[in-house]
Design a protein around this ligand. Structure first.
Ligand SMILES: [Zn+2]
Length: 485
């Protein structure tokens, strides 16, 4: 499989350190608020990656941490009059609840920073002993950036460019403005731990280095997160870990792209953070997941009402085809003819193309394209009486249902019972588009009566009225059905 490695700025063949196994670490949330769509994207990307590697038969050990001590958590705790541990626990629970709804599997190991303080202190001590870090008079510990020659290799930044313009902030006792904190002395009222440098707490970057080393053999295969973590967080993790261990920290650095909301960057000042909970008031969880995998993981994605509608329509097409397959398989009558070889061949080619897309840097966008092509093929068979009745059509349809299981296993979509899913989808659309359900049902009833009376002028007028309410009507042998186009 090819995977884009941020470190070398190219796609590379994924070759595990230990054949048959993959170790991966993704940076998790800082638990001080509800997760937004950016968190959802990162979680879904690494969920699909780990599911895919497992499907390929690799033994995956996946670690995703929680940062449960941090300035933002402390600030929130003070604001809410809570203990910072209570704040972190509350938002870790919220993370799990949201991710469960999105079908994001739990990581194998989910370490918390506060459970690894001794590991972080030990790492600081190693770095100080090696001359890569220093403690200040007030009890802070800084990493001495100039002692690590590879600094900047992940982000592609030049250390001299970074140094010009950098200033030491008032009150900081840094030797060099580029140096970053490994350990911070505690201010009054903050949570603290005893350390060789007095009461304090860890800096953010040291957490991930310590937790990686604790839970995974180094070098690990894959280290990931959002693109926003490349600098400084991941750059600093590399510096700390490689300086301390004297060897490579992670082989492949995988980063997912940004999420925009209505074509703007999500930011506190714009107030356009969309939480997962807020989005799931209006859309099914699977629609959000389908939207998130609809673009290649490194591309930026733009969350808009239109793009969510498009994802929803795509899923609807898939589930309608699954329902069509179920209905067809429930019938017994078959003719003696066989399906044309070209059709079964086309299915085989699309199935191969699906895996080729996944092998090519986890290209879920291309994979979804092949899924729609398979569904078009299914519809071609189901809509043609001769093809539909062919004696090997059930076999063909069963092959597509096997694909559906693979898509569900790897992408985490298409796993619901089709009629239940479609009913739920319709409910969501009714609610979102504020369609007056009572009125629609009354008009449908009147129209059915008009048709029974062969009053087609009235029936057409009622259809027009329904159209104006945003509803389309389809007459089937079982009676009229309405939908939201
Ligand atoms: Zn991290």
């Amino acid at each position: 499989m090819l995977l884009y490695n941020t470190l070398n700025r190219k796609k590379e063949e994924l070759v595990p350190v230990t054949p048959g196994a993959i170790t991966m670490y993704a940076c998790g949330i800082t638990a001080y608020d509800l997760c937004h769509i950016g968190h959802a994207r990162s979680a879904v990307v690494f969920d699909v990656l780990s599911r895919y590697l497992r499907y390929k038969g690799l033994h995956v050990t996946f670690v995703r941490n929680f940062t449960d001590v941090d300035d933002k958590i402390i600030a929130r705790a003070n604001r809410e009059g809570l203990d910072s541990r209570a704040v972190a626990e509350k938002y870790i629970d919220a993370f799990h609840a949201d991710m469960d709804r999105l079908g994001v599997q739990r990581a194998d190991i989910e370490p918390k920073a506060t459970e690894h303080i001794p590991d972080m202190i030990a790492l600081c001590e190693t770095l100080i002993a090696k001359g890569n870090a220093y403690a200040t008079a007030s009890g802070d510990v800084y990493f001495r950036v100039r002692t690590f020659p590879g600094y900047g290799k992940l982000s592609g930044r030049d250390i001299d460019d970074m140094r010009s313009g950098a200033r030491v902030a008032p009150g900081e006792e840094k030797e060099d403005p580029l140096d970053f904190a490994l350990w911070k002395s505690a201010k009054p009222g903050e949570p603290f731990w005893e350390s060789p440098w007095g009461k304090g707490r860890p800096g953010w970057h040291i957490e991930c280095s310590a937790m990686s080393e604790k839970h995974l053999p180094i070098p690990m295969d894959i280290h990931g997160g959002g693109q926003d973590l490349i600098f400084p967080h991941h750059e600093n993790e590399i510096a700390q870990s490689e300086a301390a261990l004297g060897k490579e920290f992670a082989r492949y650095w995988v980063h997912n792209g940004f999420v925009q909301v209505d074509s703007e960057k999500m930011s506190k000042s714009l107030g356009n953070f969309r939480t997962i909970r807020d989005i799931l008031e209006s859309y099914q969880p699977e629609t959000l997941r389908f939207f998130l995998i609809g673009k290649h993981y490194r591309s930026p994605i733009d969350f808009t009402a239109e793009s969510m509608e498009e994802a929803e329509k795509g899923l609807k097409r898939l589930y309608e085809a699954f329902l069509g397959i179920e209905n067809e398989l429930a019938k017994n009558k078959r003719s003696g003819a066989s399906l044309p070889v070209s059709i079964t061949q086309e299915l085989q080619e699309l199935q191969n193309a699906w895996f080729e897309a996944m092998e090519d840097d986890l290209n879920t966008a291309a994979a979804l394209g092949h899924m729609f092509a398979i569904i078009r093929l299914v519809n071609r068979v189901l809509e043609d009486k001769t093809l539909r009745m062919a004696k090997d059509t059930p076999e063909f349809l069963h092959r597509v249902l096997e694909d559906k299981i693979i898509w569900n296993t790897i992408l985490g979509v298409c796993g619901e019972e089709p009629s239940l899913f479609l009913n739920e989808l319709k409910k969501m659309r009714v609610q979102r588009k504020k369609i007056p359900l009572d009125r629609v049902e009354k008009l449908m009833e009147e129209r059915a009566q008009a048709r029974r009376n062969k009053d087609f002028a009235k029936s057409d007028a009622l259809r027009q009225e329904l159209t104006e309410l945003g509803v389309s009507v389809r007459d089937t042998p079982q009676g009229a059905e309405w939908d939201i186009p």
